[in-house]
Design a protein around this ligand. Sequence first.
Ligand code: ZN
Length: 134
Amino acid sequence: MIYKEIAINTQSRREIIDITESVERLVNDLSFGDGLIDLFVPHATAALVLNEGERGLIQDFLSMFERLVPEHGKYMHNSIDNNADAHLISSLLCKSLVIPVAKGRLELGTWERVLFVELDGPRARKVRAYFVNG
Ligand code: ZN
């Protein structure tokens, strides 16, 4: 199994960043042909989403997060660490995505993109990528 990291410097408290091209670059650099990639987020206040990356939809995701878990709600965890909303949203999303790779290409649906979700930025983040040959 090959292991790589994708470094991401986020700019806002809540932010969604399309990292599909970074994942594709790793696949190309490794000349990885067929197998699976597991993308894993080692952060309790960030996550991944596999979905369309259209600009309006990105705003819709952020609006949904705010409706479900308001940034300035009342949370027990905020008495020790002012980021309960970030933990709660993160728990609803993916921490790990498995993506098939065939002939060096990510086997994504036509509109699917790998989206990194920052919930307590700005921070230096990383996504771990584990390559498993098929
Ligand atoms: Zn916390």
